[in-house]
Ligand binder design. Structure first.
Ligand code: SAH
Length: 358
């Protein structure tokens, strides 16, 4: 048995069943055995958009240059990335932005928010020529200036709670022990219905709903800062545009799905992002949110095809590779429609960030 499973079984024996959120937080973040804490999973277990092609990060860099110009080119701002992986996205963003507008890069105070010491070390290497800062929590980022923030495949890693509907109401789904195994079990008592989003409260027995209080709280803080100091946040992830029932908890190891309870700490555990819940949270903090396009549409509006053509012209030996990367990022059958984009911005200036116009 793996060491983290032993630890979880002992914890359950001592304290009783864990919520799915507690389980997920430990499986991903346990300082000793957590999935993200000791390894670099990118490329091995899964591949993210910035690792598919440099074009992804370059387009995001140009997105932020435009958003910054539209907001009067503030001479100092925070450029924050949540969960930067290998640092590839930030490196590509800054390279593209710096070529177009060196002043943008000069005005940016770059902060990477990362909990994993292993990935932070990789990021430090990738970004060694930049004057970047690191924190392990968004709350430690100094928020005294406009905030431009990017989070790609970050929110899916935040711990979700799951509730299961029975004919007596909604029950929290827990993780409990079963001999040497872990298994899901609902609490016997129903939770107050106020815990369940109104849109799905009347769902049929057997339905599962997921809520992510860490995600909505974080968005409230980001949006609150933007409402006060200005800026734009761009959130890209897999998920759904409106709050809906469905069990989306998933575990991935070696590019294949696996049982989320089988080998805690050895597989990436994530859930689909409820973009409606994030947009509602941003609204509560007095910020404005965009429509929520699919990634394919969004990247096309930012000019992915023109950018790819230029890259192909300069690198004719890479034509096939570039075509297949663009396909992977935009085709609805690949990452094009499962992934969505959301922009959060400040209401007074009403300048919709690029790629989000109807
Ligand atoms: N954005 C990157 C990596 C995505 S993987 C890319 O697109 O390639 C998720 C990233 O979020 C990893 O860097 C992981 O270590 C980090 N992470 C996960 N949970 C976190 C948390 N609670 N706080 C900060 N970083 C976290």
């Amino acid at each position: 048995m793996n060491a983290l499973k032993r630890k979880l079984l002992d914890l359950i024996e001592a304290q009783g069943p864990l919520t799915v959120a507690q389980y997920m937080a430990i499986a991903l973040g346990d300082p000793e055995h957590g999935y993200y804490m000791r390894r670099d999973p990118l490329g091995r277990d899964f591949v993210t958009a910035p690792e598919v092609s440099q074009i992804f990060g370059e387009l995001i860099g140009l997105f932020f240059v435009q958003a910054w110009e539209d907001r009067g080119r503030p001479s100092k701002f925070q450029l924050v990335e949540l969960g930067p992986g290998r640092g590839t996205l930030m490196a590509d963003m800054i390279r593209a932005a710096g070529k177009l507008r060196p002043q943008f890069v000069k005005a940016a105070r770059i902060t990477l928010v990362e909990t994993s010491p292993t990935l932070r070390a990789v990021q430090e290497k990738t970004l060694e020529t930049l004057a970047a800062n690191w924190t392990s929590r968004f709350d430690d980022v100094p928020l005294d200036r406009p905030l431009f923030l990017i989070a790609n495949e970050f929110f899916d890693a935040l711990p979700i709670h799951q509730f299961v509907k029975s004919d007596r109401g909604w029950h929290q789904r827990m993780v409990t022990s079963d001999g040497d195994d872990l298994r899901f079990a609902p609490t016997p008592d129903a939770v107050p219905s106020s815990v369940i989003p109104t849109r799905v409260r009347d769902a049929a027995p057997g339905s599962v709903i997921e809520v992510n209080p860490d995600a909505t709280e974080l968005v409230r803080r980001i949006a609150g800062t933007i409402a006060e100091n200005g800026g734009v946040a761009l959130i890209i992830d897999y998920g759904h545009v409106t709050t809906a029932v469905g069990d989306t908890l998933q575990a991935v190891k070696n590019n294949a799905f696996t049982d989320p309870l089988a080998e805690p700490g050895e597989a990436d555990i994530t859930a689909h992002v409820d973009f409606e819940a994030l947009a509602v949270a941003a609204g509560e903090a007095e910020a404005v949110t965009s429509i929520i396009p699919m990634q394919g549409e969004f990247l096309e509006r930012l000019g992915i095809h023109a950018r790819a053509n230029r890259l192909k012209r300069d690198n004719p030996e890479r034509i096939a590779e570039i075509d297949s990367a663009v396909e992977r990022l935009t085709n609805p059958k690949q990452m094009g429609s499962l992934f969505k984009a959301l922009a959060i911005f400040e209401g007074r200036d009403q300048i919709t960030p690029p790629g989000f116009d109807d």
